[in-house]
Write a new protein. Structure first.
Length: 459
């Protein structure tokens, strides 16, 4: 049977939507968050349910089609889409069921974090996630899940209780602490290497309103602010989270006009507690180096999660570089100032996220996510809507990374990485790599799921 005949047969019982290059909507369906990625799949299968996912895996296997798995499409390297292969698109598997009694949340793999935040907020709950609410639940979770609540409640994977999965042979399994425990260990940080996760069961926490927002300083105060911050964030109450950024002030509210488009140093805070408590905790910083501007106020947690969404819509050019750090030395701060002052476009930025607190209290070998001793996760992103600026944003990000990498801990947060090769992946999984490769050999011996930050099966 030809591939075209196989696709025609596949369409019949498929409940979702099948899109081929000649179909209307093909160009929209193949777009991902990062517009630098321009791949042309042979087929896109928008799966309506688990049966559709199983059928898509069987079709790909029988016809030797390369497969990529798309959740929210946010992946830095655009690994949700592949050339000449089959995209298993999970977007229609979009549901959130909150159980307020057990404080658990069942989430379909096509959801974005805005869907989860919307559903959980009604019950005064939240699942620890990331920093941009348009990010897909699946990709963020499988890479670890670092966000505003990490210091208090750990990574997203530290709040994952169970997953439903379709494996490379098309079979369906459940993985949790009691069932397929090796697979459950691997998916907590090991990415999409082991199968297609169709649903996630999370533990949620009582969070409704937080005190949050940015404080901004002139660049000539940045070194002092960073030196204060490096001491503060390792000792601060775990309810307090704050990441350092070099940014260009957006040209609109809430920022005053005289700061618009100015390069500044910022800390974006998020505190689980009262404004009075937060003010007491942050008073030493305000006295030491008063911010040039601050917008710090009580707000619903979903509002914090969505704060950066308008600045970073789908379809921008993105180039990412990242590292974990155990310390922030004076010499490293100098390099930050040197390159942070050269932001090439107004949406380009550097963020330094804290990875301490609860994250550090999980053992390095307890999940696939290995950097439990990191203190910060740094990311440098060159961002612009214009493809003509692709070289400019890439060169800046690489140059900044080259200057900072010698101060790094070796690997990087997988969700912040482009396609950087096997050595970089090994460095990121450290001592967990061989165990991951052995689990890969058990569940995907032919490396069927390879369009990812790939861990080839052990020989």
């Amino acid at each position: 049977m030809s591939l075209q005949q196989a696709i025609a047969e596949f369409r019949g019982p498929f409940h979702g939507t099948v899109i081929e290059p000649q179909d209307a909507g093909y160009d929209d369906a193949r777009k991902v968050y990062n517009a630098m990625i321009d791949r042309k799949p042979r087929l896109i299968a928008k799966c309506a349910d688990v049966a559709d996912v199983m059928a898509a895996v069987h079709l790909a296997k029988a016809n030797d089609l390369r497969v990529s798995i798309r959740g929210g499409g946010h992946n830095a390297a655009g690994l949700g889409v592949c050339d000449d292969g089959l995209v298993i698109d999970m977007a229609p598997i979009n549901y959130v069921r909150v159980d307020p009694k057990s404080r658990t949340v069942l989430v379909g793999a096509g959801c974005k974090w805005s869907d989860v935040d919307h559903a959980t907020h009604a019950f005064g709950l939240a699942v620890p996630s990331g920093f941009i609410s348009t990010t897909g639940v699946a990709g963020l979770t499988l890479g670890g899940g670092l966000g505003y609540l990490s210091r208090k409640y750990g990574l997203t994977i530290d709040n994952l209780l169970s997953v439903d999965m379709v494996l490379a042979d098309g079979s369906f399994v459940v993985a949790n602490a009691d069932e397929n425990a090796d697979l459950f260990w691997a998916v907590r940080g090991g990415g999409g290497n082991f199968g297609v996760v169709t649903s996630f069961l999370f533990e949620a926490h009582p969070i409704h309103t937080v005190c949050a927002g940015p404080m901004l300083w002139e660049m000539n105060d940045a070194a002092d602010v960073m030196k204060w911050y490096r001491e503060f964030i390792t000792q601060a109450p775990e309810e307090m989270n704050g990441f350092v950024a070099f940014m260009t002030v957006p040209p609109g509210p809430p920022f005053p006009e005289h700061l618009h488009m100015k390069k500044m140093c910022a800390i974006m805070w998020c505190y689980q507690g009262s404004l009075e408590q937060a003010s007491t905790i942050l008073e030493p910083l305000r006295s030491y180096r008063p911010p040039a501007f601050e917008f710090f106020a009580p707000m619903p947690f979903p509002m914090v999660q969505g704060m950066f969404d308008p600045i970073y819509p789908t379809g921008m050019q993105w180039y990412w570089k990242a590292d974990f750090f155990k310390e922030l030395s004076d010499a490293a701060i100098e390099k930050h100032l040197e390159h942070g002052a050269l932001l090439p476009t107004w949406q380009s930025t550097m963020h330094l996220y804290p990875v301490n607190g609860k994250v550090n209290r999980v053992g390095e070998a307890d999940t696939a996510f290995a950097y439990r001793d990191a203190v910060w996760s740094g990311v440098i992103v060159g961002v612009d809507p214009d493809p003509a600026n692709g070289k400019k944003i890439t060169d800046w990000a690489r140059s900044y990374y080259d200057a900072l990498h010698p101060f790094g801990a070796g690997g990087a947060y997988m969700n912040f990485m482009m396609e950087e090769g096997d050595d970089r992946i090994r460095a990121t999984y450290r001592g967990n790599y061989d165990r991951l490769a052995a689990i890969k050999a058990k569940y995907d011996p032919a490396n069927f799921f390879r369009v990812n930050q790939n861990i080839p099966p052990a020989a």
